[in-house]
Design a protein around this ligand. Structure first.
Ligand code: MSP
Length: 509
């Protein structure tokens, strides 16, 4: 049986249409999913939307529609965006799905019956836009540490989850599973800022909010948003039915990809909830950095961004995918700007990749009418290229396993660069002038095309459209990972006509 890989993105708030920051996590999750599938894994890739809470209700009211009507439209828009970005998710969960609502209520009941949830009264500092409660010590200059806005004091009857009792258990779990939270800097931050100072019990219901899942035995309360939201990762699989097929097959999750500001919910509250339910914990939570525009976070409330479809329309889907996957060292923050996207596209996709494919296929047509064979007239200059190509798959595998997606791409583009240099070193145009050199010329062209084939197959997870275009131009059937373990599986093919992969983007002054 194939090994399984269950990967999730956060479920996004549909309070406004999605921006390039949401695309960032989702594109990375997509590349990781596709890569695992190519490596033979049975992948379950889940994304979705987190639809309850005060903020959404407020937005709906401002727009004169019901919360459900409000989110329905945004979700339609989000699904269209994911389609345009070629996101290959297997399941899209909405927290308004009836199955999710029922499952969350059953979980709440179970936790209450086990004494893990109790009724009390809540007095706390609440940031409305972030829907987060903070303790006095967590505030920065008296304001919300995430968004810098005012917090307000709130008192109301509420149910609490006994989070405080899991402090030591969580620390033990981190110790026993050193890769549970990555990157390590994020883990240390959580331990020092949240676990060591002591965990407080967590408020898990509200009476002031109406748009949410009612507490099954006390319907004046709605279930407070994080318990509702985090549960999505198992309700989609059929939990609380522990015999549900998907649940048995895919849980525990292999990777929860989340932004840095919500790592603490996933690495503290979520595992504690699962411990309380006697459910196995996910294997890894990775907290990535943010895409920054003009030095600040891209923000729906600041409105400092374009609809991502505008970038796709201007530069093509693969330029957008490539940029976000390549530009930012995973884990760190990185800048997003159209200027940087254009520079990357021209340097890597137009010059390095596009020109290589185009000029090689053109040469093959010019010299051999597109008929490819390999007479194996080798020279020492071939060895270095062939060795690099043969070592590439293992290198990319290793980088992807470490979630260093940008470095995985770097490895592939290094080989492409090497291949361009190989053309300069072998000068096919000179060989073409001498009849006796034709067998050598054929070998040189073959080596370049075989390098291109292998790189194109490795690029599929990152840029599926471009990969397919290249393989179609090569007219090859050899397209699987099994065909790239060694150099030389490109068949005797007749190439299709060359087509430009990426147009140079001219920048008007
Ligand atoms: N609904 C919660 C998540 C619940 S998961 C059980 C939420 N939603 S969100 O829409 O505000 O953010 C979702 C994700 O998008 C977060 O991981 C966040 O870090 C990410 N991003 C939002 N803006 C971003 C950037 N500018 N750059 C990168 N990621 C960003 O939090």
């Amino acid at each position: 049986m194939n090994k399984k890989f269950y990967i999730t993105t956060p479920i996004y708030y549909p309070s406004a249409n999605f921006h390039i920051g949401h695309c960032y996590t989702t594109i990375i999750a997509d590349a990781l999913s596709r890569y695992k599938r190519l490596n033979g894994y049975d992948v379950f890739f889940q994304t979705g939307t987190d639809e309850h809470g005060a903020k959404i209700a407020q937005k709906a009211e401002e727009n004169g529609v019901t919360p459900k009507e409000y989110v329905d439209e945004i979700i339609e828009n989000a699904k269209d965006l994911w389609e345009k970005l070629e996101i290959s998710y297997d399941y899209f969960i909405r927290t308004t799905d009836e199955s999710h609502v029922k499952a969350v209520q059953a979980m709440f009941q179970k936790l209450y019956d086990k004494g893990e949830i109790y009724k009390g009264s809540y007095k706390g500092l609440y940031c409305v836009p972030c829907e987060s409660f903070w303790t006095q010590t967590q505030l920065v200059d008296g304001k919300c540490p995430d968004c810098g806005r005012e917090v307000k004091e709130v008192t109301e009857d509420a149910y609490f989850f006994k989070l405080s009792k899991y402090q030591d258990k969580l620390l033990e779990y981190y110790e026993a599973n050193p890769d549970f939270i990555l990157p390590l800097s994020r883990k240390n931050e959580l331990i020092n800022n949240f676990l060591k100072p002591g965990l407080e019990d967590l408020c898990v219901s509200r009476t002031s909010v109406k748009w949410g899942i009612p507490v099954p035995f006390d319907p004046d309360h709605v279930i407070y948003v994080w318990l509702d939201a985090l549960s999505n990762y198992i309700t989609s699989l059929g939990y609380p039915d522990e015999n549900a097929e998907l649940y048995k097959k895919y849980w525990p999750a292999d990777l929860h990809l989340v932004g840095k500001e919500i790592t603490r919910f996933h690495a503290i509250i979520w595992p504690a909830m699962l411990m309380a339910l006697d459910v196995p914990l996910p294997k890894q939570v990775f907290g990535h950095g943010w895409l920054i525009i003009d030095g600040g976070k891209i923000s729906k409330s600041l409105g400092n961004y374009k609809d991502p479809r505008e970038y796709i329309d201007s530069y093509g889907v693969d330029a957008v995918r490539y940029f976000v996957l390549r530009e930012v060292p995973f884990g760190a923050d990185g800048s997003f700007s159209e200027e940087a996207l254009i520079t990357r596209t021209n340097a890597d996709l137009v010059n390095n990749l596009g020109n290589l494919v185009n000029r090689t296929i053109s040469m093959a047509h010019k010299y051999f009418e597109g008929q490819i064979t390999n007479p194996r007239v080798s020279a020492s200059v071939d060895t270095d290229l062939i060795q690099s190509v043969e070592a590439l798959k293992a290198k990319v595998d290793a980088k992807m396993d470490e979630l260093k997606v940008n470095e995985a791409l770097e490895e592939i583009f290094d080989v492409l660069r090497k291949c361009n240099k190989y053309i300069d070193d072998t000068t096919p145009w000179t060989l073409a002038k001498d009849e006796n050199e034709l067998p050598r010329l054929k070998t040189v062209i073959y080596n370049i095309l075989e390098t291109i084939r292998i790189c194109a197959i490795l690029l599929e997870a990152f840029m599926p459209t471009t990969s397919e275009k290249i393989l179609n131009q090569l007219n090859t059937q050899a397209r699987t990972f099994a065909t790239i373990e060694k150099f030389g599986n490109l068949e005797e093919v007749t190439l299709n006509k060359p087509e430009i992969l990426f147009q140079r983007i001219e920048v008007s002054e």
